[in-house]
Design a binder for this molecule. Sequence first.
Ligand SMILES: N[C@@H](CCC(=O)N[C@@H](CS)C(=O)NCC(=O)O)C(=O)O
Length: 338
Amino acid sequence: MSNNIKVKVKMGMLINGEWSEVDKTIVNGQYVRANSVIAQPISDNMIQSIADEPGRFHLIASWSCPWSHRTMLVRALKGLQDLIPLHIAGGRRVQGYPMDYGELWEVPGTTRKIVHLHQLYCVSDNQFSGRVTVPVLWDKVAKKIISNDSQNIMRALDRVETESWNVTRPESGFPATKPGSFSPEHLAREIETLNQFIYLHISNGVYQAGFAQSQAAYDEAIELVFAGLEKLEQKLAGRRFLLGQQITESDLQLFPALVRFDVVYFIHHFCSLKRLTDFPNLWAYARDIYSIPQVAQTIDWRAIQISNHLPKSNDELPIIRVMPENDWLKPSGRERIG
Ligand SMILES: N[C@@H](CCC(=O)N[C@@H](CS)C(=O)NCC(=O)O)C(=O)O
């Protein structure tokens, strides 16, 4: 196939600090996710400062975004809400994500008021080139984006040491008693392998299906997604969480995709061979994680649903398609699994 670039979902990006409507995400019919640009691991000093200087670091995230959701989960489960304020990017996309639903939003640590997320990237670096994505960890003292990589942000938040661990249900498999407990040293290799599997088959796979511009690219993506779900379904037959009795980073990377599967990926990304509720183990596992009180606080169902229905102009009203309701509150019964 020639270099035939056809773009269905135009996203736009920054080039040398200027917003441009070019879209470089589709290559030969296939969606190619750009790597995070500000992706160096967050230093130990910085992690220490998160604990020592409440309110210095701000998390900018979107309710609809699964990558943001991962970081919101760690923030909530670790009880870091008072240390790291949360700001929501969301609303109708005009030049990418708006901040605060298109209202003027003051950049923490400055008097600058902005409308678009890309303006925050330019406050950080006025020559920034790359995709303008959420989540973002913002340092109001340095007036810089510390990271726009969800995995690095998750890891940094997991390692923050505070005295106020927010453990309300230790029996929930939620081991937040020590820094780094979502990726314990002895499981590091398995977590890395599993994270890559989840990314390839599920978290990124669903985007490859949804954004595919050719039958071949779509077929390949669907195969990846459902082979991945089947494998995870089997894995969860004999164990409560992906790596045993304790929730790890891998569970927190998978969960946001499961939350969105039936209401977003099944309908809008054409991942319609099966629903989440057709996988008994995965569905019960997702409800088990959902039953931890802090987890439900990280989900805004309406924002997740509406994000794919946002109209192009202010005068149109979105028409929201409905699905049979999934009963997320039904007890999972998985505490008994060893
Ligand atoms: N590598 C990033 C990916 C984040 C990402 O793709 N976020 C989406 C929202 S769900 C986004 O901001 N997309 C805008 C774009 O690509 O222009 C991460 O893991 O943090």
